[in-house]
Design a protein around this ligand. Structure first.
Ligand SMILES: [Ca+2]
Ligand SMILES: [Ca+2]
Ligand SMILES: [Ca+2]
Ligand SMILES: [Ca+2]
Length: 284
């Protein structure tokens, strides 16, 4: 599929709900010999969801010989909410030149302004959800971070949800941090997490590097990976002194009943110091 040429009507083209490179079952291979979608246009185009509704049903873009989506010219091209996998090239390629490295503060220009992709710094899961922390180095503006789960790295198979990051000013040494909300996820969706960043004016980035979430440990309220007295203090601080809540509620719910309450403080003290039972199940 090719969107090409100068188009004076912004967002005139919306590619939505198509199977590009698969049979009608969305699985069987029926790939194009070129890119899945090639965007070569000075007017902003849209492949998949909109900036304010990114999870709108996108396209399945798979099994194509070259890139999933090749953005070759212009800026502001949105690539949101798609399922992109098993293409021969890059899932989303800005510049038709393979993976493009991020640059500090994202001053480079080119297709979609060579929008930097986010970097994942931490990801954690429960049996039913996942949360991701990351950073974005970009100029001042509002960015939509979209999270995908896949069976393997280098893919963006299932959009899980998104969060908005506001960059007030780019600081070279301290890119802007973000944390996603708790997003519905399960093991069957795959543990390979990837992100994109989208600015409504510049467009969508390439797909980020891939991180597998660590499983959350019930009762590890301070989320340092082990049980200890620091978890007791963390819970007391959260419950009675206005301290931050656990990263997942499950981390604080040591007793696995009634949510996070003082009962969990007693449960942890009993477990740590009086031979009481291990939080059960140990993993959230
Ligand atoms: Ca590129
Ligand atoms: Ca860049
Ligand atoms: Ca701990
Ligand atoms: Ca509890």
């Amino acid at each position: 599929m090719r969107i090409q040429g100068v188009n004076v009507n912004p967002n005139a083209n919306v590619v939505l709900g198509n199977l590009i490179g698969t049979k009608a079952d969305a699985v069987g291979a029926l790939g194009n010999t070129g890119h899945g979608v090639s965007v070569d246009s000075s007017a902003a185009q849209r492949v998949g969801g909109a900036f304010d509704s990114p999870n709108l049903s996108g396209n399945v873009i798979a099994n194509n010989t070259l890139d999933g989506v090749s953005v070759q010219s212009g800026v502001g091209h949105l690539v949101l909410g798609n399922s992109i996998f098993a293409n021969g090239g890059t899932p989303i390629d800005l510049g038709n030149d393979g993976p493009t490295s991020n640059d500090v503060c994202d001053a480079d220009v080119g297709p979609n302004d060579l929008q930097n992709s986010p970097e994942i710094t931490f990801a954690e899961s429960t049996a039913t959800s996942v949360r991701v922390k990351g950073t974005l180095s970009s100029p001042a503006g509002t960015y939509l971070i979209q999270v995908f789960a896949s069976d393997a790295c280098g893919r963006a198979v299932t959009p899980l949800g998104s969060t908005t990051v506001v960059v007030s000013a780019c600081a070279a040494q301290t890119p802007t941090s973000f944390t996603t909300p708790e997003l519905t996820w399960n093991e069957a969706l795959g543990g390979a997490l990837t992100l994109t960043a989208t600015n409504e004016a510049s467009g969508t980035s390439e797909i980020s590097g891939c991180v597998f979430p660590i499983p959350a440990l019930r009762g590890d309220a301070d989320n340092d990976g082990t049980w200890g007295v620091s978890d007791v203090f963390f819970l007391i601080n959260a419950l009675f002194a206005g301290g931050p809540p656990p990263f997942f509620a499950c981390l604080g719910d040591a007793s696995n009943t009634n949510g996070v309450t003082v009962e969990d403080v007693f449960y942890l003290i009993n477990f740590l110091f009086a031979g009481g039972p291990v939080p059960n199940p140990p993993l959230c």
